[in-house]
Write a protein that binds this ligand. Structure first.
Ligand SMILES: *[C@@H]1O[C@H](CO)[C@@H](O)[C@H](O)[C@H]1NC(C)=O
Ligand SMILES: *[C@@H]1O[C@H](CO)[C@@H](O)[C@H](O)[C@H]1NC(C)=O
Ligand SMILES: *[C@@H]1O[C@H](CO)[C@@H](O)[C@H](O)[C@H]1NC(C)=O
Ligand SMILES: *[C@@H]1O[C@H](CO)[C@@H](O)[C@H](O)[C@H]1NC(C)=O
Ligand SMILES: *[C@@H]1O[C@H](CO)[C@@H](O)[C@H](O)[C@H]1NC(C)=O
Length: 515
C-alpha cells in the first residue's frame, strides 16, 4: 500500500515538474546597419542585426519580453514554432494586437514536442525588409538519440534577398563579409534559413559536399548534395566535414529562376588555413525547374530516426489515415479597383480593424465570417474580403496548392507541420494521388510550388486556433495572398486551447472589452 502510494506521489511529481524556462528581454530600435558595406537604417534587436539567436531544447518555455522602441506598431512572429493551443501569441496581424510604440509585450511560447531549425521575423508591413529577424534552434532533449554525431559547432546562416528588389543577397546580414571558422577533420552543422522576401536561393560550398540531416523539424534521409535550393521561408540543416586541404573556401548563395543572377559569398575558414579563398566562386545549377523538383522529391523522412520523442518518426502511418476533406488553394494575380492584388481562390485578404482571433474570442460581430473564402476554387473574378476558412479540429485534410502562374511560390501554414506528399507539373486531379509518397514524405511547415505546377500536403488538424496560411513571397502576402484557417472545436477546454493570455494587448473593436 505504502509503496503504491509513493509511486503515485512520484507520478504526480513527474507530472507537475515544469519544463525549463528561458527568459529574453528584447529592445527593438532603429539603428545603423551595413549590409552592403554602406550605412543604412535597419531594425535592431538589442542593437543586433540580425537579431539574437534563440537557443532552446524541446518543450522549453520561452518568455520573450519585447519592448517596441520604434515609432510604429510592431509584432514578431515565429516561423515554424507550432504554438500548440496558443494561437493568441502567434504574433501575426490576425491573432495578436500590434505592440504600440513605446510599449512592451511578453510572449510566452512553448516549443512543445519540437526539434529543428526555424526563425522569427517581424510580421507587420515590410519590417522584414529592414531586419528584426533571427534564428531559432531547438535541440533534442539529452537522452533522445540524434541520428548523427555531435557536430564540432552549430552555425545558423540566415540567407535572403535584400531590397530594393533585390539589390543583393545577404548572409547573416552582410554581403561578402561573413566568415565561419572550422577545424580540420571535424563535422559542422549549418542551419540555413531563407529569411528573404521572394527569391529562391541556391546554397553551396566550394570543394565540399553537404549531408542533409534535418528539414524544419524532421530528421531526413541523409543524402549528400553539392548544392541546395532553399525557397523563401524554408530551413535546412546540413552537416559539412572540414575534410579538404587547409585553406579558405567560398560559401556561395545565389538567386534562382531570375533573369539576372545575384550572388553573395561568405568564407569557410579552416583554423589552420594556409591560403585565402582562390579560384572561381562555385557555380550553382544551371538547369531550372526539373533539377529543383528532383531534389525536392529526394528529401524524405528517415523513418528509423527519432524526432522530438524517442519513438521513430515514421511510426505514425500518415498514409493509412482516411482523408476527411480536400482543400484546393489556387493562387492568382490581378488588378482590383485599379490596384495590383494577389489572391487565394479569388479572395484577396483584406485586413480588419481587430485581430480575428480576438473577435472570435470576444464574439464580436462584423469583423470576419467563417467561410468567406471557399475551400476549392470558385472561378469568380478576384475580390477583397477578410478571408477565414473553417475546418474541424482533428480533421485529417489534404491541401493542394495549385500554381497557374510562371513563378515559384512558397506557402507556409502557422501552427502546423504537414507532410509534403507530392508535387508535379500541370493541374492537379484526383488521379495525381497515384504519385503521392505515402511512406516517408518529409514533414515541414513551408513548401514551394513550382511554376504551372501543384504541391499536395497532408495535415492533421490537431491544433485549435486561428492560423495564418500565407505566401512567403512578402509582397504577395502583403497584397492579399493569405487567409486564416480557423480550426474549431465546439468544446471549450484548456486541453485543446489555452485561454487568452492575461497580458494580451487589446485593440480595435476588442479594445473596450475586459478580460
Ligand atoms: C532601448 O534602446 C533605446 C535606444 O538605445 C533606449 O533609449 C531604451 O532605454 C532601451 N530600452 C530598454 C528597455 O532597454
Ligand atoms: C512589460 O514588461 C513588464 C516588465 O518590465 C511586465 O511586467 C509586463 O507584463 C510587460 N507587459 C506585457 C503586456 O506583457
Ligand atoms: C537514419 O537514422 C538512423 C538512426 O539514427 C541512422 O542510423 C541511419 O544512418 C539514418 N539513415 C539514413 C539513410 O539517413
Ligand atoms: C558580392 O560578391 C559577388 C561575387 O563576387 C558580387 O557579384 C556581388 O556584387 C557582391 N555584392 C556586394 C553587395 O558587394
Ligand atoms: C478508411 O476507410 C475505409 C473505407 O471506409 C475503412 O474500411 C477503413 O477502416 C478506414 N481506415 C481508417 C484507418 O480509419
Amino acid at each position: 500500500m505504502m509503496i503504491r502510494f509513493c509511486f503515485l506521489l512520484l507520478l504526480l511529481a513527474v507530472a507537475a515538474a515544469e519544463d525549463p524556462y528561458r527568459f529574453f528581454n528584447w529592445n527593438i530600435t532603429y539603428g545603423d546597419i551595413y549590409p552592403l558595406g554602406l550605412k543604412q537604417q535597419g531594425i535592431l534587436i538589442n542593437g543586433q542585426f540580425p537579431g539574437p539567436e534563440i537557443y532552446a531544447v524541446t518543450n522549453d518555455n520561452l518568455i520573450i519580453n519585447v519592448f517596441n522602441n520604434l515609432p510604429l506598431p510592431f509584432l514578431l512572429s515565429w516561423n515554424g514554432v507550432q504554438q500548440r493551443r496558443n494561437s493568441f501569441q502567434d504574433g501575426v496581424y490576425g491573432t495578436t494586437c500590434p505592440i504600440p510604440p513605446g510599449k512592451n509585450y511578453t510572449y510566452k511560447l512553448q516549443v512543445k514536442d519540437q526539434i529543428g531549425s526555424f526563425f522569427y521575423f517581424p510580421s507587420l508591413d515590410f519590417h522584414k525588409a529592414a531586419g528584426a529577424f533571427g534564428a531559432i534552434k531547438i535541440l533534442s532533449r539529452p537522452r533522445i538519440p540524434v541520428p548523427f554525431p555531435d557536430p564540432a559547432d552549430d552555425f545558423s546562416l540566415l540567407i535572403g534577398d535584400w531590397l530594393p528588389f533585390p539589390q543583393a543577397v545577404l548572409i547573416n546580414g552582410r554581403a561578402n563579409a561573413t566568415s565561419f571558422t572550422v577545424e580540420q577533420g571535424k563535422p559542422y552543422r549549418l542551419r540555413i534559413s531563407n529569411v528573404g522576401l521572394q527569391n529562391t536561393l541556391n546554397f553551396r560550398i566550394q570543394g565540399h559536399t553537404m549531408k542533409l540531416v534535418e528539414v524544419e523539424g524532421t530528421h531526413t534521409v541523409q543524402t549528400t548534395y553539392s548544392s541546395l535550393d532553399v525557397h523563401v521561408g524554408q530551413s535546412y540543416s546540413v552537416l559539412v566535414t572540414a575534410d579538404q586541404p587547409p585553406q579558405d573556401y567560398y560559401i556561395a548563395v545565389s538567386t534562382r529562376f531570375t533573369n539576372k543572377q545575384l550572388t553573395t559569398t561568405a568564407i569557410l575558414h579552416y583554423a589552420n588555413s594556409q591560403q585565402s579563398v582562390s579560384g572561381p566562386i562555385p557555380a550553382g545549377p544551371t538547369t531550372q525547374i526539373d533539377w529543383s523538383l528532383q531534389q525536392a522529391r529526394s528529401i524524405r523522412t528517415n523513418l528509423t530516426a527519432s524526432g522530438p520523442r524517442p519513438n521513430p518518426q515514421g511510426s505514425y502511418h500518415y498514409g493509412l489515415i482516411n482523408l476527411t476533406k480536400t482543400f484546393i488553394l489556387e493562387s492568382s494575380a490581378a488588378q482590383v479597383q485599379g490596384k495590383q492584388r494577389y489572391a487565394v481562390n479569388s479572395v484577396s485578404f483584406l485586413p480588419a480593424d481587430t485581430p480575428l482571433k480576438l473577435a472570435d474570442y470576444f464574439k464580436i460581430d462584423g469583423v470576419f465570417q467563417v467561410g468567406s473564402i471557399p475551400d476549392t476554387p470558385s472561378g469568380k473574378p478576384m475580390y477583397l474580403d477578410t478571408s477565414v476558412m473553417g475546418a474541424d479540429f482533428r480533421a485529417f485534410v489534404e491541401i493542394v496548392f495549385q500554381n497557374h502562374e510562371n513563378i515559384v511560390q512558397s506557402w507556409h501554414i502557422d501552427g502546423y507541420s504537414f507532410r509534403v506528399v507530392g508535387m508535379d507539373g500541370g493541374v492537379w486531379t484526383p488521379a495525381s494521388r497515384s504519385e503521392y509518397n505515402l511512406n516517408d514524405a518529409v514533414s515541414r511547415c513551408t513548401t514551394q510550388v513550382y511554376p504551372k505546377s501543384w504541391t499536395a500536403v497532408y495535415v492533421a488538424l490537431d491544433n485549435v486556433g486561428m492560423w495564418n496560411v500565407r505566401s512567403e513571397f512578402w509582397a504577395r502576402q502583403y497584397l492579399g495572398q493569405q487567409f486564416y484557417l480557423r480550426v474549431y472545436s465546439p468544446v471549450e477546454s484548456p486541453r485543446d486551447e489555452y485561454p487568452i493570455p492575461t497580458n494580451a494587448l487589446l485593440c480595435g473593436k476588442a479594445a473596450p472589452r475586459h478580460k
